[in-house]
Write a protein that binds this ligand. Structure first.
Ligand code: GLY
Length: 359
């Protein structure tokens, strides 16, 4: 087991990674502090109940987008108030990315902020959503419109929870790990290339290594740009401009990991064409994405590509990196090396349409 520590936004975030992380991290909670557990309905709460001795109440969240709503946040706050949760107490969030969004948001606004412990249960949420303090919920059907930046004090990435994760869910998370390798971490890229059998069979040591590397990469990016305003944190969105477009065109039937995997390929095709990315990188990325069982072309997904450029532009313009300056994207220069690039939306949409028509 590994412990990492970072000061983010003037406060320490401690990350416990690997086997037995849960027990070790739980002992950090002061004995007298009350614990309010927010947990996913389908997950067995037994390990959490035995690790945290002072759980005074639980809020059970259903999976799916309906739970990620401000009305649910208000219900949780009401329950926290009814059991007397104070600022020095702890919210423990046990679940995947959606649950962590809801728990992070309520923890940030309740009494202007209560201690938060994130316990992600999918690989995707261990290497991404649980780290960095971003959260958002929906309001009257408007997706992710309310949110805050709020750093958890403890993050527990215990590999115990990955034992029962379906393979498709596990592979979904690997797309984000591949993202870290290509943008920030040549060593992780080498590891993923040489150890695919161990990774895919979820060998304990291999898992611990790739989770730790991914978390270290994310923490070091977030540390430099906590509030996502300096064109640094945007590196985490490599593959996501096209990925979000695919998710949206598929009405969210394509998983995030598959959409990001295909997104990375098209974004690399465009930047290679622009002469920014070294020629060999695209081939390496396609090979790695395939080895890990993820798609590399939109044709492998059940998504209709809009024929007209205006429709494509309308979807891309909703990207959070689009604004009056144009579209600012993270572009891979070489494996493990990236830079931000601001492009004109019309030219980017044209380049994307060409790439989508090619393969
Ligand atoms: N998931 C992207 C970020 O945390 O900035």
């Amino acid at each position: 087991m590994k412990i990492l520590s970072k000061i983010l936004c003037c406060q320490e975030t401690k990350v416990f990674i690997g086997k037995n992380a849960l027990e070790n991290a739980a002992s950090e909670i002061p004995e007298k502090a009350k614990v309010f557990l927010i947990r996913q309905d389908v997950l067995d709460p037994t390990p959490i109940r035995s690790a945290f001795k002072n759980i005074v109440a639980e809020f059970v969240l259903k999976g799916g987008e309906e739970s990620k709503d401000i009305e649910i946040v208000l219900k949780i706050a009401e329950k926290m108030h009814s059991v007397g949760i104070q600022r020095s107490d702890y919210v423990v969030a046990f679940g995947g990315g959606t649950l962590l969004d809801v728990a992070g948001f309520v923890s940030s606004i309740y009494l202007r902020g209560v201690n938060l412990v994130n316990i992600p249960t999918t690989l995707l949420s261990m290497v991404d959503a649980a780290i960095g303090g971003k959260n958002a919920v929906n309001f009257r059907g408007i997706k992710n419109v309310l949110g805050t930046f709020y750093q958890p004090s403890i993050i527990i990435a215990d590999t115990l929870f990955l034992n029962t994760l379906p393979q498709a869910e596990f592979v979904n998370g690997l797309a984000e790990v591949i993202k870290y390798a290509f943008t920030l971490d040549y060593e992780l890229y080498n590891f993923l290339k040489r150890n695919f059998e161990n990774v895919l069979s979820r060998d304990e040591e291999a898992l611990e290594y790739l989770i730790e590397r991914s978390i270290l990469n994310k923490l070091s990016v977030v540390e430099k740009d906590v509030f996502d305003v300096k064109d640094v944190r945007i590196v985490l969105n490599f593959g996501h401009t096209v990925g979000h477009m695919i998710e949206s065109l598929s009405n969210f039937s394509v998983s995030h990991g598959k959409a990001v995997a295909v997104g990375m390929v098209y974004e690399l095709m465009i930047s290679t064409e622009m002469g920014i990315t070294k020629d060999y990188v695209l081939k390496e990325a396609i090979e790695m994405i395939k080895v890990y069982g993820l798609p590399t072309s939109i044709r492998e997904l059940n998504v209709d590509i809009p024929k007209n450029l205006e429709t494509l532009k309308a979807v891309i313009s909703k990207d959070k990196k689009a604004g009056w300056r144009g579209l600012t994207l993270p572009v891979v220069v070489d494996i493990g090396v990236w830079k931000p690039l601001t492009v004109n939306i019309d030219s980017y949409v044209e380049a994307l349409a060409n790439a989508l028509n090619r393969c």
